[in-house]
Write a protein of this length. Structure first.
Length: 155
C-alpha cells in the first residue's frame, strides 16, 4: 500500500516509513494537492481533518482519530500487514528506498567510528544518501510495534 499523509501526521508518516511503507508527507501542502496526488498515484490519504476525509473523489481516505502515534498505528493495523513490512526498507526522512551498502568501507565517513567498528552492514538512502545501521533503536522500534500488535490481538 502507498499512502499520503496530511500535515498533522508527520510522526505517523515517519513510523510507517520505518516499517517499510511508502508514505508521502509534506508539511506545507494544500488539501487540493493532497487529493490530486492521492488520486493520481493511487495513494490512500491519511488525515486528521474530518472535512478532508469526507471529500468527494477520494477512494477510502482514512480519518486518523488519535493524536498518539501508537494509537494511530493500532487504528491502521486492520489494513496493514505489519508482519510483511520491511523494517528499514525506506528512508524515514525522504521516503526513498534503502539499498544495501555493498562494501562497508563506503559507509565509513557517514557513521560514527564506534558504529563503523561494531556494525556488520549498512544501508543507504538512494536519494538523500543518509546511512542506516541495525542498532538498539531499531530493535526497540520493532519491539514497540510488536507489543502494540500483540496487545491489540489480546483485546
Amino acid at each position: 500500500m502507498k499512502f499520503i499523509a496530511d500535515a498533522m501526521l508527520g510522526r505517523l508518516a515517519r513510523w510507517l516509513r520505518l516499517l517499510g511503507f511508502d508514505v508521502l508527507y509534506c508539511r506545507d501542502i494544500e488539501d487540493r494537492e493532497l487529493m490530486r496526488i492521492s488520486r493520481a498515484e493511487g495513494r490512500t490519504l491519511l488525515t486528521r481533518d474530518t472535512r478532508l476525509a469526507r471529500s468527494k473523489g477520494l477512494e477510502a481516505p482514512v480519518l486518523i482519530r488519535s493524536d498518539d502515534v501508537r494509537e494511530q498505528l493500532l487504528q491502521l493495523a486492520d489494513r496493514l500487514d505489519f508482519a510483511a513490512a520491511a523494517p528499514r526498507g525506506r528512508c524515514d526522512v525522504c521516503n526513498s528506498a534503502l539499498e544495501e551498502v555493498a562494501e562497508r568501507e563506503q559507509a565509513r565517513d557517514s557513521v560514527p567510528e564506534h558504529i563503523y567498528r561494531t556494525c556488520p552492514a549498512f544501508t543507504r538512502c538512494a536519494s538523500c544518501g543518509r546511512v542506516y545501521w541495525p542498532g538498539t533503536h531499531s530493535r526497540s522500534f520493532r519491539q514497540t510495534v510488536a507489543g502494540l500488535l500483540r496487545g491489540r490481538r489480546e483485546d
